[in-house]
Design a protein around this ligand. Structure first.
Ligand code: ASP
Length: 318
């Protein structure tokens, strides 16, 4: 009996999360994204790949880097890109998520990039439209393109993902970035740790196959990558830690704590950063240690790679 042939690359209609993606699909996305890095550094950044296609960025939550990054990605590939933010949409007037999706769908977009404050909202919307949907962050659930750009940053700096030890530190509980990264990194053979106070960890964190630390110095011991997370105060009701000053003392990334990691450990942060809360601003700005701006740069390449694979059929490519 012969087994089914292994698909050659990313083969899904939407990108709703990292969950369920096979390592070869992740690899394919990373390779394609890598191919756009040099283009983005050159003076002529435009390619005709998505000419004639329409991309709508529908953001129900504010965003600086993700929305700009998707917009640039679409424009560099020659798509017609429209940005819709909640403030200018009918949602404020009571239109439901599904109505909004169906209204936009009637205008024949080819790709919808959606950010929403509720976990699962993007997958729900995807069931009501007939174009490709990209999850640009849904509640506390997933942010797949962030995990991909983080992986590309690590792979370019360290030459690999497999075998590295990555510590994800801070507000894991509210972080879709942490969740997508845990899924991606373990799928690609990296070892993961989470470092956080017990109040800022999901109760099911052990399901992600990571080691759990409540002491930052121990959690950073010998790691290759220190990934800091923003304290998501807007998602907190009640007290999760005594004070911001106390939080920085115990869980903020300082030079002393970073000294526990490998001497060439890379510091990352998805942004936006709270300087002096989860990270010392001097570390964030230290180009020897911090890859934070590189993450932003590679974000555009990753989104170009994602747009390329999701429109493959439309463009008649197999
Ligand atoms: N920008 C990331 C996100 O949208 C991380 C953060 O907001 O802290 O999830």
């Amino acid at each position: 009996m012969c087994s089914a042939p292994r698909p050659l690359g990313f083969d899904q209609r939407h990108l709703l999360g990292i969950e369920g993606l096979q390592p070869w699909a992740i690899q394919d996305l990373l390779d394609r994204a890598d191919g756009y890095v040099d283009l983005n550094r050159s003076p002529d950044k435009k390619r005709p790949l998505l000419k004639g296609l329409t991309q709508i960025n529908l953001f129900f939550e504010p965003s600086t880097r993700t929305q700009t990054s998707f917009e640039l990605a679409g424009k560099r590939l020659s798509a017609d890109v429209v940005n819709m933010s909640v403030r200018s949409s009918a949602v404020k007037k009571g239109e439901t998520l599904i109505d909004t999706a169906m209204t936009l769908n009637a205008m024949h977009p080819d790709v919808l990039v959606v950010r929403h404050q509720d976990s699962g909202a993007v997958a729900l919307l995807a069931r009501h439209v007939n174009c490709a949907v990209v999850n640009a962050g849904d509640g506390q659930h997933e942010h797949p393109t962030q995990a991909l750009l983080d992986a590309l940053t690590i792979r370019r700096r360290k030459g690999r993902l497999a075998g590295l030890t990555v510590a994800i530190c801070g507000d894991v509980l509210h972080s879709r970035v942490a969740r997508s990264n845990l899924l991606l990194l373990s799928a690609m053979g990296a070892r993961t740790r989470v470092v956080a106070p017990p109040t800022l960890l999901p109760t099911d964190v052990h399901l992600y196959g990571c080691e759990v630390f409540h002491d930052m110095e121990r959690g950073l011991e010998g790691v290759d990558i220190v990934m800091m997370l923003r304290l998501q105060l807007e998602r907190m009701e009640g007290a999760f830690f005594p004070s911001v000053r106390e939080y920085f003392r115990l869980f903020g990334l300082s030079h002393e704590k970073l000294a526990r990691a490998k001497p060439d450990a890379l510091v990352m942060h998805p942004g936006p950063m709270n300087r002096g809360v989860e990270i010392d601003g001097l570390i964030a700005d230290d180009i020897e240690r911090s890859a934070i701006l590189e993450q932003v740069e590679l974000g555009v390449a990753v989104r170009m790679g994602v747009l390329e694979v999701l429109t493959r059929e439309l463009r008649g490519e197999r």
